[in-house]
Design a protein around this ligand. Sequence first.
Ligand code: C5P
Length: 213
Amino acid sequence: MKFLITAGPTREAIDPVRFISNRSSGKMGYALAQAALDAGHDVVLISGPVAITAPRGAHVVNVISADDMYDAVHANLAGVDIAVLCAAVADFKPARYVERKIKKRDGIPSIELISTRDILASLGALSEKKFLLAGFAAETNDLEKNARIKLTKKQCDAIIGNNVSAPGLGFESDENELTIFLPDQTSRVLPRAPKAELAKSLVKILCALQQIS
Ligand code: C5P
């Protein structure tokens, strides 16, 4: 099968030296890419800026901003069987990019923010979608409620929820705990484990879901 995986954060430029971003390390997406490759699948990995090395054998497309990631995802959909959008895409970007470094002496700037385009929702809305579509939900509270809202709103086949409020789990960590929420109202918990192990289980589950979809 062919996987398309997004990973890492995006950076939304304010001026040539400043940006808005988040704490995503890319570890979960990279672990998924590695697990899919290990299981013999093809992988297109669309990655925001991270400090980790891409798995050998993946076709890696490096991007910076949410707009870049949106374009790269849509340009790489041919032949995809399973799309897993793991990236922590910035929700907001500056309304205007300032071409020259903003000078401190000019005072504190006010930066107007606008929404980025939602990549996951844009794939869910494709009428001729032939692939299984899974997204992630990183939540600090009301995990199930928020994950189910995303599942419906973004028209996904699965939302994988992770609780990022627990110490040692989620962002930047090597471990995670996942719950897979499905449209038939069922869910499946993958208890706390190293991300590499969870990724292996997740690849198996997603392949099984793809085959029955
Ligand atoms: O709405 P929220 O950002 O919590 O949704 C998370 C899911 O949506 C993740 O799968 C993330 O990769 C995806 N997403 C996206 N494009 C955005 C924002 C989120 O693909 N602009």
